[in-house]
Design a protein around this ligand. Structure first.
Ligand code: ATP
Ligand code: MG
Length: 273
């Protein structure tokens, strides 16, 4: 069974230390919710695990199945079974979405799929995410709406069959129906044994995908690693208890942060109805 292990990870970007000793383990079959206030290092952690060259690892290591992948390139990590759905997927004019998807799928296989087999696979995955087929024939993400970009990330997840999938705010930009579709895909992929590390500010997504564990990142460290009751607590009361109960000073605290819970968004209000 695949296990992603992050050990004492310290990361800097442009000389500024963002992650200050992160320790996390995620096994295949587990779904871990990653919560935390804005700007505390959640996306940085996922980008670093995927090997984004902008970040410098100053200390610590990343292991997948006990293999040290700290110095692997992003494509080597993808081949080893890691996947990241980006918070803000970039637009890549000139690269046709289906060509990109086919190259990505084939790079993980010893025997490349025939055109016919790939399009059959693509067609079934597109139906699963209920995406118009013409999005596959356009340039990657170019001019896609926010929700279309997120569905396209989920399409990649289905096609690439990673061991561990990381989703960075996959619910942002999704309408209520799309959120349900994406949650259904995640549930189905979980049943196949994939591990998930999922960032979201909203309890609604977690209600739909039912994580096995929740972790909280504050000031570039994981300060809590526990049951999913943490999600409900943060949803209802915000992050204030971290200060009062754990004595952790929340750096970069916004003036009104104490009154803001992860669930205080319009999407949640709408989806409650
Ligand atoms: N090039 C840079 N120079 C300085 N600081 C940077 C740079 N890139 C990122 N940061 C900072 O790193 C911190 C962590 O950012 P990150 O995107 O990981 O936060 P996050 O927890 O994902 O927040 P959110 O919930 O808003 O998505 C932020 O304060 C950000 O401004
Ligand atoms: Mg982020």
């Amino acid at each position: 069974m695949a296990i992603l292990k992050i050990k004492n990870l310290h990361v800097a970007v442009d000389g500024k230390e963002i992650l200050k000793g992160v320790n996390v383990e995620i096994s295949e079959g587990e779904t871990v919710a990653l919560l935390g206030p804005n700007g505390h290092g959640k996306s940085t952690l996922l980008n670093v695990i995927m090997g984004h060259p902008r970040y410098q690892i100053t200390e610590g290591s990343i292991y997948l199945d006990d293999v040290d992948i700290t110095n692997y390139s992003t494509d080597e990590r993808a081949k080893a079974g890691l996947f990241l759905a980006l918070q803000t997927p970039p637009e890549v004019p000139g690269v046709i979405n289906s060509d990109f998807l086919r190259a990505a799928v084939n790079s993980r296989r010893e025997n490349h799929l025939s055109t016919y087999k790939f399009y059959k696979l693509l067609d079934s995955a597109i139906k699963e995410v209920k995406m118009p087929f013409d999005l596959a024939t356009r340039s990657l993400n170019e001019g896609f709406s926010g929700g279309e970009k997120k569905r396209n990330e989920i399409l990649q997840l289905i096609l690439l069959e990673p061991k561990i999938a990381m989703l960075d705010e996959i619910d942002s930009g999704l309408d209520v129906d799309a959120m349900q579709i994406v949650a259904d895909v995640i549930r189905k992929e979980k049943e196949k044994g994939r591990g998930f590390l999922v960032i979201s500010h909203y309890a609604r997504l977690f209600d739909l995908i039912q994580p096995t564990r929740a972790i909280v990142m504050i000031n570039g460290r994981i300060v809590l690693d526990g049951g999913i009751d943490l999600i409900k607590r943060i949803d209802q009361h915000g992050y204030e208890f971290i200060k009062t109960e754990l004595g952790i000073n929340i750096e970069k605290e916004e003036p009104n942060m104490n009154s803001v819970s992860i669930g205080s968004c319009a999407v949640r209000e709408v989806t409650k109805k």
